[in-house]
Design a protein around this ligand. Structure first.
Ligand code: GLP
Length: 256
């Protein structure tokens, strides 16, 4: 269905019963970009976190059983923790390998990580920006949302002009992500992340949220004013196609 945000932008809103049911519309959006004749070899930015797990599972299913191939896809991550030993189960690189990259036919040279030594964050961000803008830029960005309104790791206070950079994580984000670590102290204090400008420059964005914990922030992001305090609210000014996929619990705060 169509939904009008507070800024007057018309977006595509897809509502499903529960988190698991985000799998089909999510995979559909990715598949339509991968198989688009017009796009050819697409560049896609993938989100991490618990939200996209059913979508990636369905993408793997389509690869195994329905002939969907990822060999022409350039893949990017939104963000990565700084300071975790390589192979740490909570690092986003490991997450993407476990849930998607390692299970389908991506070509290794098409997968872009924050690759260099992470202490060289300037060099890392510079190289990442170059890779992002090569070959016509990003065709599709998949996003989850943090309970404080962050997208990627763009925390409250982020300007829409922000680009790939080192970010100090808020206490709220560190607390929310502690579930992926053995102890809360182990959660890194910093991360590298693409900026809001990188996301807003994509040709299409799909934002996913599931569960009642996300209902308030979804309402503030889409039905409230556009403000740096809620980084996701800048999606209301996105010029390309924005699709928002919510389960009933996450959509509960939106007036329809
Ligand atoms: C993380 C990531 C975001 C993600 C968000 C929500 O910190 N940096 O890209 O969208 O938090 O995570 P979840 O889907 O687990 O709620």
């Amino acid at each position: 269905m169509e939904y009008q945000t507070a800024s007057g932008k018309t977006i595509e809103l897809i509502m499903v019963a529960d988190h698991e049911s985000t799998d089909l519309p999510g995979a559909e959006i990715v598949e339509s970009v991968i198989t688009s004749q017009e796009i050819g070899a697409p560049s896609i930015m993938f989100c991490t976190g618990s939200t996209p797990v059913p979508i990636y599972r369905e993408m793997v299913n389509r690869y195994k059983n329905k002939g969907l191939s990822f060999k022409n896809v350039r893949a990017f991550m939104l963000d990565e923790y700084v300071g975790l030993p390589s192979g740490h189960p909570a690092c986003f690189r490991t997450f993407m390998i476990d849930h998607l990259y390692g299970k389908v036919d991506f070509k290794r040279e098409n997968i872009h990580y924050f690759d260099g030594p992470l202490e060289d964050h300037m060099g890392n961000c510079f190289r990442y920006e170059q890779a992002l803008s090569a070959k016509g830029g990003i065709d599709l960005t998949l996003l989850g949302i943090g309970s404080n309104g962050h997208i990627a790791f763009n925390e409250p206070g982020t300007s829409p002009e922000s680009r790939t950079r080192l970010i100090k994580l808020t206490d709220e984000t560190r607390k929310a992500n502690a579930r992926f670590f053995l102890t809360p102290e182990e959660v890194p204090t910093h991360a590298l992340s693409v900026g809001l400008a990188n996301i807003l420059e994509s040709k299409a964005v799909a934002l996913f949220a599931a569960g009642s914990k996300k209902s308030e922030i979804i309402a503030r992001a889409l039905a409230g004013p556009v403000t740096n305090d809620i980084p996701a609210s800048h999606l209301q000014n996105f010029q390309g196609k924005l699709t928002v996929i919510l389960d009933e619990a996450a959509a509960a705060g939106l007036n329809r």
